[in-house]
Design a protein around this ligand. Structure first.
Ligand code: SAM
Length: 413
């Protein structure tokens, strides 16, 4: 049996012939798609999903619900900058306990989705009174899936914790289970360019959300003192050149499903490549006091293919060259988790206020920090305080308008 799948993206129109192996009726139809993200990010993810022409059905604390086909799930993996995992709903059912879970999962035709000689990982989020440890739910689910495949195909796939093959995600709350294909596999913040992470790097998806929160879109300069491993500058360069973040990586969960149609993925990536902009009129500047950090940031930028879009220098933040004109200056200083470092950091935050006032008139200044007491030392009044989370630490992106002759309000933060 063969079929034709048609969809459009912008003014480009796609029509694909579906082979017998990709004929999996469940995956050709629209289903609910959940995109997970870090807390604070849903409003930015919402804008991204809408700009891709997909509906936003609801926003959660750390997720967004949309709907679409598997093709659209692939598109989300390719283009979304701020999401972490794109989960495609496969089935939902009631299960009170692990035996009912096993029995319900055994009724799904896993042999149509997963290769018997492939590799499988099961992840879960469980809130059910019969389950003390979600790893038990993972094992029970994995057993149901591989037992079914063995029964139907005579051999069972390998399984384990690595998310490099097919990934199935179970969401089990009380007696309601939802089973998702994790089309991302490895989370999307692993873009694949950070070869040298250094200490306290920002997740790539968080860095992208921070840039979207500044509304910087490549018009104006992007100045990033204290660049560390370069994440903010690299994400800025990807945005400025309209590079789809998913182009950098070459492994996704959906590639390990039987439904994967390589030719349609190639068409999508080819189309994404035609939309990239080679040249960039403004400057992206990344500096750090540590020459080792600057070396790592350069290598990471090279791995992302954007090293030529960024000017690097090893210097104190206060010596960062700020081009005349307009743009944004974004700093992510340390927040001082260790006692004793705090006094030193107070001076640094105070110095950032002076740097903003003296060297950045005409720019919008931003500080991303998890320590609001330290932020008070900046001595400028923040115009906006945008909440984010870095791992479990509640953070703020503080925005300062830096007019010619900006002055301390005298009240600090
Ligand atoms: C929290 S890290 C930044 C992490 C970065 N956002 C990333 O994704 O890798 C802070 C950085 O500030 C740098 N730094 C500390 N004091 C500095 C100073 N006085 N001038 C310039 N850089 C400084 C450190 O070397 C470190 O790389």
């Amino acid at each position: 049996m063969q079929g034709i799948l048609q969809f459009s993206f912008g003014n480009l129109y796609f029509s694909m012939k579906l082979t017998a192996s990709s004929q999996n009726s469940r995956l050709l139809h629209k289903s609910r798609i959940i995109i997970t993200c870090a807390k604070g990010i849903p409003p930015f993810l919402r804008e991204e999903v809408l700009s891709l022409g997909l509906p936003v059905l609801s926003l959660g604390v750390a997720s967004l619900e949309t709907e679409g086909t598997m093709e659209e799930a692939m598109r989300l993996n390719l283009f979304v900058r701020t999401g972490q995992r794109v989960l495609f709903l496969l089935e939902e059912f009631r299960a009170q306990n692990p035996d009912e879970l096993y029995s319900q999962l055994s009724g799904i035709a896993w042999e149509d989705y997963i290769y018997e000689d492939g590799y499988l990982c099961v992840t879960s989020s469980v809130d059910n009174p019969t389950i003390k440890d979600s790893r038990f739910a993972n094992v029970k689910s994995k057993d149901a899936i591989v037992d079914r495949i063995k029964k139907k195909r005579g051999r069972r796939p390998d399984s384990g914790p690595e998310r490099t093959g097919a990934v199935i995600d179970l969401y089990w709350k009380e007696d309601w289970c939802q089973v998702y294909l994790d089309t991302s596999g490895e989370p999307l913040y692993r873009r694949g360019y950070r070869k040298i992470p250094l200490k306290a790097p920002m997740q790539e998806t968080l860095a992208a959300a921070v840039i979207l929160a500044t509304s910087w879109d490549g018009h104006g300069n992007f100045v990033n003192p204290m660049c560390g491993s370069g994440t903010l500058a690299i994400e800025a360069a990807l945005i400025a050149q309209n590079v789809a973040p998913g182009l950098i990586r070459n492994n996704y969960g959906f590639m390990h499903l039987k439904s994967f149609d390589e030719s349609s993925w190639k068409k999508l990536t080819k189309m994404a490549k035609t939309r990239t902009r080679g040249s960039f009129q403004h400057k992206i500047i990344a500096t750090d006091i540590s020459p080792e950090a600057v070396r790592a940031a350069k290598q990471n930028a090279a791995a992302a293919g954007v090293e030529r879009a960024i000017e690097f220098a090893a210097c104190d933040y206060s010596e960062t060259p700020v081009p005349a004109g307009q743009g944004v200056v974004v700093l992510n200083p340390e927040y001082g988790e260790r006692l004793g470092k705090l006094k030193e950091l107070e001076e640094t935050y105070k110095g950032i206020g002076d740097f903003f006032k003296k060297k950045c008139p005409g720019y919008r200044g931003y500080i991303f920090t998890g320590n609001l007491e330290l932020a008070k030392k900046v001595g400028l009044k923040a115009k906006r305080r945008i909440p984010f989370f870095n791992s479990n630490i509640e953070c703020r992106l503080l925005e300062y308008d830096l007019y010619e002759g900006s002055r301390s309000s005298g009240k600090g933060f």
